[in-house]
Each structure stands twice: as C-alpha cells, then as structure tokens.
Design a protein around this ligand. Structure first.
Ligand code: 2IT
Length: 445
C-alpha cells in the first residue's frame, strides 16, 4: 500500500470531502507498516474495501414549523462497516452536516467500536437540521419525519443509531416513538433511550466519564493523577458536562467551557452547582455560554475566542471536529500543557497533533478517548437483548474496564522505541487489526 496513491485516488472519486479524506489519511499513515508486513491484507484489498462505506442512504426530510411554514432538510445514514457487529453510531443534527462529515464520522466509528471490545460495526447519520431555537413540537415533528425514512434501514440486529451533537435523550424519544409506530416492535433499535423504556444507567454521562477514565490512565503512566490539575474543556454539550463532573470528582479543576459565542474562564473551577446550571441552560435549547458569566460573577466571558489560550495542565477538547489547530496547540505548549486528550471526534487538526507529538506531550485521539459513549450504548444493547437492567455500579465498572483495555491496546500497539506512547498509532492499529481480520475471515463481500 502507498498512502499517497490511495488518498489521491479517493480525492479524485470524492472531490471536496475534506473531513473524510483527513480521517482516512490519519488511519492509513498509522497502519502503513503493519499493512505492508501482512500481504494477506493487500491480497484481499482490505484498504480499498474499508475506506468506502458499505452503502449510504440519503433522503429528504419535510416538516412544518409552528407557524405552518414548510421546511426541507437533508437526511443521511452511512452504513460504513459491519464486519464485527451491527452498524452502530450516532445521529448528528447540526447545520454543518454533509456527506463528508458523516463519512469521516462513520469511518472513525468503525475503529472506535472495534476498540470497545464489543461486537459493533460502524455507522453515522444525521441531518443539516439546526435544532437551535426550535420548539419542542418542532423538534418532535422533525424527528418523526426523519424516522419515516430511516426506519427501513435500521433494526436491533442491523443498525442501531444513537445520539451525537444535537441529538440527546429528547430526540431519541421522538425517534423511538415513530419507529415503534411503524415497526410495531419494542426493541433496542436505538440507544440513549429513557431509563424507564429500555435505556441504560450511565449512558448520558458515559462519553465524558469514559474520557476522564482514559485520561486518568494517561496520567497514571507517569505516576500522576488529576489531583490539583487545571483542565481546559471546550463545548458544553452531551460530552463536556460529564468530563467536568468526573474531573472535578477526581480532584481536578475545569476552568473553561465554550460555545459558538466564545468561552467562559472560571478560575475557581466548575462544580456540581455550576454544572447543574449549565444543564438547565442547555435544556433551553441554547448553546451559548455567555449567561454563565452573569450567573457566576467570578467567571469571565471571552467572546469569539477558544479556550486554548488559557494556561492549563490538561487540554480536553469536547466540542466538534478540527476545533483545535496548530496555532492553538503551540499556545497550549507554550503555556506548559502536559497532556492532550481529544474528546470530540477528530477535534484536533493534523497540525495540532504534530505539534503535541513533536513536543513529546502525550496526545490521545477521540476514537480512543471518547469510546465510552458508544461502549455504554453497546451495554444498553446487551441489557435490551437480555431484557434486564444493570445497576449504576455494574455499568460504571464495565465502562471503567473497557476504557482501561482501550488504553492497554494503545500502549501495546503505539509505544515507540524511544518510549513515547503514540496513542494515534496505537488506537488506529488496534482497531484496524480487529476489523481487517474479521473481513478476511468473512471473504470478499
Ligand atoms: O461519536 C460517538 O461515538 C457517538 N456519537 C455515540 C454513538 C453511539 O452509538 O452511542
């Protein structure tokens, strides 16, 4: 395999799909050596087969707003790879959604899900629908219209969607209601369900908790802990609040959160009361953070900026792809950052990753760090299949165990001869081997 040849061919076939090409490029670079050392992969054209999704469903979503105006959005579901289990991955509702973004997310999800040790393939879907400022009734009508198309290609053993940016418990509820109406079946067809109708304990906080458990392992490698560490976090969606809660519990101090309007710097750090306030703010369907500074006068709102200019020990980007670039990484390094744990999917640009690695700072990629979310989704599927519920302690212990095993896999496949743990290589190689070997076993399909 030659990475450049494959990327050039893909670029010619899919011009302009920059996020997708970026994600593929990163994985190919990591696996090039192991791929070329194992000729059975090349003989079965594993890479050519793995970089193209199995299939893509694109559809129109028509819905009516509260004033009676009709709107049209695009809906998608990308079935990326089901070599190791049913397609699995979230639904993103955000105006930036396009095919390139969903293909990058589906590709990443394939390796992430393999890392969880659970039997789940990779998928992603969503719409360019913007939930911001929409009423509850509008969200419901949109979700129902979306499911009127999606239901044909999903099922508890086929494809199990979940939440992502813009899709939380409320949206999963409306989607599930319409699926049930159409299919006349109560099954674990979606994860992130409500606790009293098939959901799993810990699923809402799983991505943030899991990310913090992973970062805890990164620190432990250096006999270090979260105690007394200053942490910068971006975003405050489905993921960031779980990070803030768990980091605080482990003795760290989260000093930033952010939204599209800018970031909050809270020198004293977030605590449970402040996190509750943020959750209320978020429930009002608002992703701006400036009101936080009015509520808590010790906090400062810095408009139009990202939190990476703040001095910290650990950076945990938790908002969206490419939110931390090379310049941001340089600022963090100049300010003495010791660890970078990417919680968002592909939150750091290739330039940022290179800066961290050049400086010898442990950097772990989203597909390892944020895998706790989909891992607990997998545990929700297990509970649904068994028709019983595990306790908080049981789910949390399993999540803890899964995050440790992902960290171990990164060490096994990513430790360089100079001792530096290249978590990017580690995660990509471990995920790749599992998926590629399953594909080999199952023949050319
Ligand atoms: O990016 C992700 O891993 C998710 N949005 C969660 C997917 C899932 O199926 O729980």
């Amino acid at each position: 395999m030659n990475v450049n040849t494959i990327i050039n061919n893909l670029e010619a076939k899919h011009p302009g799909e920059k996020e997708y090409l970026q994600a593929v490029h990163e994985v190919l670079e990591s696996i090039e050596t192991i791929y070329n050392e194992n000729p059975q992969y090349e003989a079965a054209k594993i890479i050519e087969r793995l970089v193209e999704p199995d299939r893509i469903l694109t559809f129109r979503v028509s819905w009516t707003d509260d004033e009676g105006q009709v709107h049209v959005n695009l809906g998608y579901r990308v079935h990326f790879n089901n070599a190791i289990g049913p397609y699995k991955g979230g639904l993103r509702l955000h105006p930036s959604v396009n095919l390139s973004i969903l293909k990058f997310l589906g590709f990443e999800q394939t390796f992430k899900n393999a890392l969880t040790t659970l039997p789940m393939g990779g998928a992603k879907g969503g719409s360019d629908f913007n939930p911001k400022g929409k009423s509850d009734a509008e969200i419901m009508r949109f979700c129902q219209a979306f499911m009127l198309e999606l239901w044909r290609v999903i099922g508890p053993n086929t494809d199990v969607p979940a939440g992502d940016i813009g899709t939380g418990g409320r949206e999963i509820g409306y989607l599930y209601g319409m699926y049930k109406k159409l299919q006349m079946e109560n099954t674990g067809v979606l994860t992130g369900k409500g606790l009293n109708w098939g959901g799993s304990l810990i699923r809402p906080e799983a991505t943030g908790f899991g990310a913090t458990y992973f970062a805890k392992e990164m620190l432990a490698v250096n006999n270090d802990t979260f105690k007394g560490k200053t942490v910068t976090v971006s975003g405050f969606g489905n993921v960031a609040w779980g990070v803030a809660l768990k980091v605080t519990e482990l003795g760290g101090k989260v000093v930033t959160i952010s939204g599209p309007d800018g970031y909050i710097y809270d020198e004293k750090g977030l605590d449970a009361e402040k996190i509750d306030y943020l959750l209320e703010l978020r429930a009002s369907n608002n992703d701006i953070v400036s009101p936080y500074a009015d509520e808590f006068p010790e906090a400062k709102f810095i408009p139009g900026k990202k939190p990476w200019e703040v001095k910290c020990d650990i950076a945990m980007p938790s908002a969206i792809q490419n939110e931390l670039n090379g310049e941001d990484a340089k600022k963090l390094i100049a300010n003495g950052v010791q660890y970078a744990a990417e919680v968002s999917n592909m939150g750091c640009t290739p330039e940022a990753i290179e800066e961290f690695q050049k400086a010898g700072i442990p950097f772990a990629p989203g597909k390892a760090v944020n895998a706790g979310g989909v891992a607990v989704s997998g545990l929700e599927m297990s509970q649904n299949a068994m028709k019983l519920n595990w306790t908080t302690e049981e789910v949390d212990a399993k999540l803890h165990h899964i995050m440790s095993s992902i960290h171990e896999a990164c060490i096994k496949y990513g430790t360089q001869s100079d001792g530096y743990i290249n978590y990017v290589n580690g995660a990509n190689i471990a995920g790749f081997i599992k998926v590629a070997d399953a594909m080999l076993d199952q023949g050319i399909i």
